[in-house]
Ligand binder design. Structure first.
Ligand SMILES: NC(=O)c1ccc[n+]([C@@H]2O[C@H](COP(=O)([O-])OP(=O)(O)OC[C@H]3O[C@@H](n4cnc5c(N)ncnc54)[C@H](OP(=O)(O)O)[C@@H]3O)[C@@H](O)[C@H]2O)c1
Length: 321
C-alpha cells in the first residue's frame, strides 16, 4: 500500500481556498459529540467569548465549537467580506445566532484601539479572550505603524488588545485569557538587539520569536493577575494544515496536507482551555494536547518576560490610555 493511501488527512479541503470546511467532516456530527456538547452547553450559555482571527483555521473551528456550546461568540476580522462569510458559516454549523464579527486589524495599533472601544460599548462583559490571530511572513514586511509585521501581529497586537480590555475582563471574572503560541517557540530566543529583524530577517525565526513572546507575555500577565479571578494560559495547537501556510511552497503545502492535523483537531486544546471546568483554576501554564507541558527554559525566565513587557509597553504606550 502506498503511504499516501494510509494518510487520514488526504481528503482535507484546502484551507487556502477559504472555503467552508466544517460541514463534511465527521467531527461535527457523531452522536457522542452532541451529548458531550449538551452537557457543556449549560456552562457556556451567557459567556461572551472574543476570538481574534476566526475567518479560517483554528480560530474558526474554535468559534464553531464555542457557539455550539451556547456561548455568544464575537470574532475579529480585518476583511469585511471574509468576516461576514465566516460568520454565516459559524452560525450555520453551530445553530447559534449569537455570533458577531467586528473589524480589527491586529497589526495596527489604531485599529486595535478603535475595536476595543467599540467592543466595550457593545458588550458589557468579556469572559473569554482568545488571542488566536497570527501570521507567518516569509518576507520581512512592515505594519502601518512601521513595525515588522510578524512581531506586530503575533505579539504587539495581542499585547495591546489584552491590556485595553483588561478592566473589562477583570470585571467579568471568572474569566480566561488564552494565547495561541506554538511548539516552535522552543527553537528561538528573544533577540532584544534586533527584535524586528532589521539586520537580518528570517521568516521562521521571526515566527518562533513571536510565539516565544506569546508565552513570556502569558507567564508575566498570569503573575500580575494572580487572585483576580482571571486565568491566563497558552498552548501549542500542534502542526495544523491551515491558512497559515498560504504563502508556503507548493511542496510544503503538499507535505502539510499529508502530515498535519485538521483545523478542528488543532483547535481542541484552545476549546478545552476556553470551556473545560478542569482548567478553571489553572493559570500561567503552557498546554499541548490538553495537557500541561514544559515550555522552553527561556519562556519561563521572568526577567526576560519583564524586559519584553516593558519594551512592548514602549511600542504601544500612546494607545494604552
Ligand atoms: N497551523 C499551525 O500549524 C499552527 C501551529 C502552531 C501555532 N499556530 C497558531 O495558531 C493561530 C491560528 O493560526 P491558523 O493556523 O489557524 O492560521 P490561519 O488559518 O491563517 O488563521 C489565522 C487567522 O488570523 C487572522 N489574521 C492574520 N493576520 C491578521 C491581522 N493583521 N489582523 C486580524 N486578523 C489577522 C486571519 O485572518 P485573515 O482571513 O484576514 O487572513 C485568520 O483568521 C496563530 O496564532 C498561529 O501562530 C498554528
Amino acid at each position: 500500500m502506498k503511504v499516501a493511501e494510509k494518510s487520514p488527512n488526504m481528503n482535507q479541503p484546502s484551507p487556502f481556498k477559504r472555503e467552508p470546511e466544517g460541514r463534511k467532516r465527521p467531527h461535527h456530527s457523531p452522536l457522542f459529540m452532541h451529548l458531550n456538547e449538551y452537557v457543556i452547553n449549560m456552562k457556556m450559555t451567557n459567556k461572551i467569548c472574543l476570538i481574534t482571527g476566526a475567518t479560517s483555521g483554528i480560530g474558526k473551528e474554535t468559534a464553531i465549537a464555542l457557539a455550539k456550546m451556547g456561548a455568544t461568540v464575537v470574532f475579529t476580522s480585518r476583511d469585511r467580506k471574509r468576516g461576514e462569510t465566516a460568520k454565516a458559516e459559524i452560525i450555520k454549523l453551530s445553530g447559534n445566532k449569537n455570533v458577531d464579527v467586528m473589524a480589527c486589524d491586529l497589526s495596527s495599533f489604531a485599529s486595535i484601539k478603535d475595536f476595543s472601544e467599540k467592543f466595550k460599548k457593545k458588550y458589557k462583559h468579556c469572559h473569554i479572550l482568545i488571542n488566536n490571530a497570527g501570521v507567518w511572513e516569509k518576507k520581512r514586511g512592515l505594519s502601518k505603524d512601521g513595525v515588522e509585521l510578524t512581531f506586530a501581529t503575533n505579539h504587539l497586537g495581542p499585547f495591546l488588545l489584552t491590556n485595553l480590555l483588561l478592566d473589562h475582563i477583570t470585571a467579568s471574572a471568572p474569566a480566561r485569557i488564552i494565547n495561541v503560541s506554538s511548539g516552535l517557540h522552543a527553537s528561538r530566543t528573544m533577540n532584544f538587539e534586533d527584535l524586528e529583524g532589521k539586520k537580518r530577517y528570517n521568516g521562521m525565526k521571526a515566527y518562533g520569536q513571536s510565539k516565544l513572546a506569546n508565552i513570556l507575555f502569558t507567564k508575566y500577565l498570569a503573575d500580575r493577575l494572580k487572585d483576580s479571578g482571571v486565568t491566563v494560559n497558552t498552548l501549542s495547537p500542534g502542526l495544523t494544515y491551515t491558512g497559515l501556510f498560504r504563502n508556503a511552497s507548493a511542496f510544503t503545502k503538499w507535505f502539510m496536507r499529508r502530515i498535519a492535523k485538521k483545523p478542528v483537531e488543532g483547535a481542541q486544546t484552545v476549546i478545552f482551555l476556553a470551556s473545560s471546568s478542569e482548567v478553571a483554576n489553572i493559570t500561567g501554564k503552557y498546554l499541548s494536547n490538553k495537557k500541561i507541558k514544559d515550555s522552553s527554559e527561556e519562556s519561563n525566565d521572568m526577567e526576560i518576560a519583564k524586559r519584553l513587557w516593558e519594551i512592548s509597553e514602549n511600542y504601544v504606550r500612546k494607545y494604552l490610555d
